[in-house]
Design a protein around this ligand. Structure first.
Ligand code: FAD
Ligand code: NAP
Length: 560
């Protein structure tokens, strides 16, 4: 922080090189990298601790679905050699403990201000700096603002009539209490059947007297086959990390190391294909979708995988009517985020679990003692909303961001988000987004994508400092070209066929645009590297730091 000039009321205003919004894995790594390059950084986090997703989503069964040995930072060799993941997919408390460990190990907390929301950010064209207003009423200024606000951080509570009069307990999976919740002896309703619901339903069913699951859209889920990690398994990763991480970054579309598929679904005879799916079902996990290289591209190929999963559901679920309701039919497998579960489908064989198909019997309203759907009344002591997020843009939209000429970002993105490389948007200089719309983001192992963005942004700020540039901004032309490219690549896949949160379809009124970049993390990384190598092609660097500021900044850089 540098000396403040003072504001009305004589409250000094803090000045930083960079303000980071959010202290999840993205904000934490940003702080570490930027600080290492001698920048002064302030992180504002609305929660009371680090970890983001893993701080908020404390529902029963919450765990990662990218294997922990890969869903972890790679920037520190010591960290990845020393941290012991207990299971193939670590549970939420362990991932949160990892985030806490990282914060302590790299001494991050001293530059993070918790319990503080960033409410607004205003760009001053004359000063070429941002002024950020926080929920405590303070303001701070910075040359750069980086939004590390998370793609799945703005929980969605659907507007259901009668909710205000409900007498029971209401939970949202993404705002789970920090104390244990005990459903023993209770009649519980879960609304939603996405990943959060699919993880929590089996555990809630074990506890509750009665569980009613309200399903609007059946989802495809594959077994996790979670298990404790053995010392040998951990060691294998540790010994091979350089190659595993390299392949994940460069050769895998989704940033998850696996054997990439070499052929299409119809290159195998029916029986061989069935055995391939069977093998992947038995080994478990997201790599089910890596069975063939055309599952996301060709409907007929996709149908073979979808039929296989529908067959499995029919095998597992004893009541054929319930099995039929659980079989997804209205979207290609993978076009909505595929779920990874432990005993999800088998849970519907329990006598205390009921499935309500909301397509046949829509929710009418919440009543003081439960919920009415179709003609039935369901008495409920607790309702769990597993209703997801206003994804990718939701948390950004909640901040009043004004760029050049006072234009708001919400105005600019009214028809859908527009970015260059998912990193910046024209008209909003010196404002970066981590894993923003237009980047691989939610289609990838997100820690890998976070590290790539943070490294790119850090290198960019260093390059600007070296040039003495005060301002960087994406050009309109580069942004238009990138948006066109993102749309074109998406249109060549089956993804836009689903009413998914990738498309904004889960939020009434949100523009229908396929938000992430589906070209793959390797291709994307190469594009970003090429852009930087060509002197930040598609960006304009302008202005110049005053000699005084430049000297101060270089001195700081040397001191660090
Ligand atoms: P977040 O972790 O979302 O952190 C953003 C932070 O910004 C939050 O703490 C939020 O409070 C804060 N913030 C937002 N707005 C403001 C504001 N205005 N002012 C101050 N603070 C603000 N991805 C995978 O790759 N693999 C997985 O297995 C996986 N599992 C997931 C499980 C769940 C339940 C969920 C919800 C997501 C999962 N994801 C997974 C995606 C996950 O979000 C990312 O992997 C990653 O944790 C995102 O980190 P982040 O720092 O970008 O964002
Ligand atoms: P989600 O996938 O968006 O699922 C929300 C569910 O709620 C859907 O079934 C949706 O139905 C339903 N729903 C929403 N509004 C409703 C309404 N008004 N009435 C009835 N049903 C309604 O959200 P999520 O499960 O929280 O997962 C979001 C993403 O977070 C995942 O896709 C994944 O990327 C990540 N995640 C990962 C894990 C993991 O396994 N590691 C766990 C949780 C989350 P429709 O489908 O009809 O909209």
């Amino acid at each position: 922080m540098t000396a403040g000039e003072g504001r009305p009321g004589n409250v000094p205003q803090a000045h930083y090189d960079v303000i980071v919004v959010g202290a999840g894995f993205a904000g934490m790594y940003l702080l570490h990298r930027l600080r290492g390059q001698g920048f002064t950084v302030r992180v504002f986090e609305q929660g009371s601790g680090v970890g983001g997703t893993w701080y908020w989503n404390r529902y029963p069964g919450a765990r990662c679905d990218v294997e922990s040995m890969q869903y972890s930072y790679s920037f520190s060799e010591e960290l990845q050699q020393e941290w012991d993941w207990s299971e193939r997919y670590a549970p939420q408390p362990e991932i949160l403990a990892y985030a806490d460990h990282v914060a302590d190990r790299f001494d991050l907390r001293r530059d993070i201000q918790f319990d503080t929301r960033v409410e607004a950010a205003l760009f001053d064209e004359h000063e070429q700096r941002w002024t950020v207003t926080t929920s405590d009423g303070a303001t701070a200024s910075a040359q750069f603002v980086v939004l590390a606000t998370g793609c799945l951080s703005n929980a969605r509570m659907p507007d259901i009539a009668g909710a205000a009069d409900y007498k029971g307990a209401i939970y949202h999976t993404a705002h789970w209490p920090h104390r244990p919740v005990d459903f023993t002896g209770l009649r519980v309703g879960v609304i939603g059947t996405g990943s959060s619901a699919i993880q929590s339903i089996p555990l809630i069913a074990e506890q509750a007297e009665r569980l009613t699951v309200f399903q609007r859209t059946a989802n495809f889920s594959v077994p996790a086959r979670n298990a404790p990690l053995t010392a040998e398994e951990r060691q294998w990763f540790r010994d091979n990390y350089p190659e595993i991480r390299r392949k994940a970054r460069e050769e895998m579309r989704n940033g998850i190391f696996t054997e990439p598929p070499q052929k299409g679904a119809f290159d195998d005879p029916d029986e061989v294909r069935r055995q391939n799916y069977e093998g992947r079902w038995t080994s478990g996990g997201l790599t089910f979708m890596a069975a063939y290289n055309n599952l996301a591209l060709e409907k007929a190929a996709n149908d073979t995988a979808a039929d296989f999963i529908r067959g499995k559901i029919a095998e597992i679920v004893k009541d054929p009517v319930v099995a039929g309701k659980l079989q997804p039919t209205n979207h290609p497998v993978g076009s909505k985020r595929i779920c990874v579960d432990t005993d999800y489908y088998a849970t519907f064989n329990r006598p205390n679990v009921e499935l309500v198909d909301l397509r046949a019997d829509p929710i009418d309203r919440i009543v003081p003692d439960g919920l009415r759907a179709g003609v039935r009344h369901y008495p409920l002591d607790a309702i769990v909303f597993a209703t997801g997020f206003d994804a990718m843009t939701g948390s950004v939209a909640k901040i009043a961001i004004r760029g050049r000429a006072g234009r708001t970002l919400n105005d600019k993105w009214a028809e859908g988000p527009r970015t260059y490389l998912g990193l910046m948007t024209e008209g909003f200089p010196n404002l970066f987004v981590v894993t923003g719309p237009g980047s691989p983001s939610v289609l990838s192992n997100m820690i890998l994508s976070i590290e790539q963005h943070v490294d790119w942004i850090t290198d960019c700020l260093v390059a600007m400092r070296d040039r003495g540039a005060a301002c960087i901004e994406a050009t309109r032309q580069a942004e238009d070209n990138w948006v066109a490219h993102v749309n074109e690549v998406a249109a060549g896949t089956l993804y836009p066929q689903a009413n998914s949160w990738y498309m904004g379809a889960n939020v009434p009124g949100k523009p229908r645009v396929f938000m992430p970049y589906i070209g793959g993390v390797g291709v994307y990384r190469q594009i970003c590297n090429d852009v930087a190598a060509k002197g930040y092609e598609g960006f304009v660097m302008s202005g110049s730091l005053t000699a005084e500021r430049r000297t101060a900044e270089s001195e700081r850089a040397v001191a660090n």
